[in-house]
Design a protein around this ligand. Structure first.
Ligand code: MG
Length: 247
């Protein structure tokens, strides 16, 4: 009993002593002053964002893979895919980023028979695809790692947070580019965290490599910044309010 009391006293005494020894100021950090950012309201871009699409005027930030002018249809604040015109990519290259993008799949009747149910996608660095698809309540049958919010053919989303077709939906993404060693082997894989309509669907997932339809993904060395690509897959998917913050 006496031993226990002595031990308790010693522990409390030494805890008190160490609290006394470290002054509060010792753990105050004044070395980095976070810059001021004005948050945007209702998904609007924050003050330090790079706006990639807010309307027709932003089309010149994009191009098709052959560098030709974008043939997708811009109307008001909306950009809609014109089937058979190919993907579009940003003229600017990006690595690590926060991305906000709003998208809408068309009336499924329009896609019926095409086997392209609202198929599109956001390809980070033009390689790593976050899938866009008509996946509301599993009305369209597709393997789970091919539905909306999947890393295509790699990871299904943790949950299906899809809204009905013709509803605006939101992806908020943190994407970390892969890092390569000086000998061009992979050091760190790309990593992604995604909120779909405000719901966490992918949490710091290590991407296995570039998207492949048939086969297994495998990394090959590339630049640390590459264009962001939006996929054209024969379906009139629409986009609006696209912005990024470089990290
Ligand atoms: Mg796709």
């Amino acid at each position: 009993m006496l031993r226990l009391a002595c031990l308790t006293f010693l522990v409390l005494y030494s805890a008190g002593l160490s609290a006394q020894q470290v002054k509060p100021e010792a753990t105050e950090d004044w070395s980095y002053k976070p810059p001021l950012v004005m948050p945007g309201k209702k998904g609007r871009p924050p003050s330090d964002a790079i706006v990639l699409f807010s309307g027709q005027k932003d089309l010149d930030q994009w191009e098709h893979p052959d560098s030709s002018a974008v043939k997708w249809k811009a109307k008001g604040r909306t950009l809609t895919i014109v089937p058979k015109t190919k993907d579009i990519r940003t003229k600017r290259a990006f690595g690590n980023m926060q991305l906000h993008i709003e998208w809408k799949t068309p009336d499924p009747k329009e896609d019926k028979g095409r086997n392209d149910a609202g198929n599109s996608g956001v390809l980070f660095m033009g390689l790593y695809e976050l899938q866009i698809y008509e996946s509301y309540q599993y009305a369209t049958r597709i393997y789970y790692n091919g539905q909306a919010g999947s890393i295509y053919k790699q990871y299904a989303p943790r949950v299906n947070a899809c809204l009905p077709p013709e509803s605006w939906q939101v992806f908020d993404v943190v994407f970390e580019a892969p890092v390569f060693n000086p000998d061009q082997t992979l050091k760190t894989p790309a990593c992604i965290t995604v909120f779909h309509n405000g719901v966490l669907i992918l949490h710091h997932v290590a991407i296995k490599g570039p998207m492949v339809y048939a086969g297994y993904p495998q990394y090959t060395y590339h630049a640390n910044k590459l264009p962001l690509v939006l996929q054209e897959h024969n379906s009139r998917v629409s986009f609006r309010n696209i912005w990024v913050r470089e990290l």
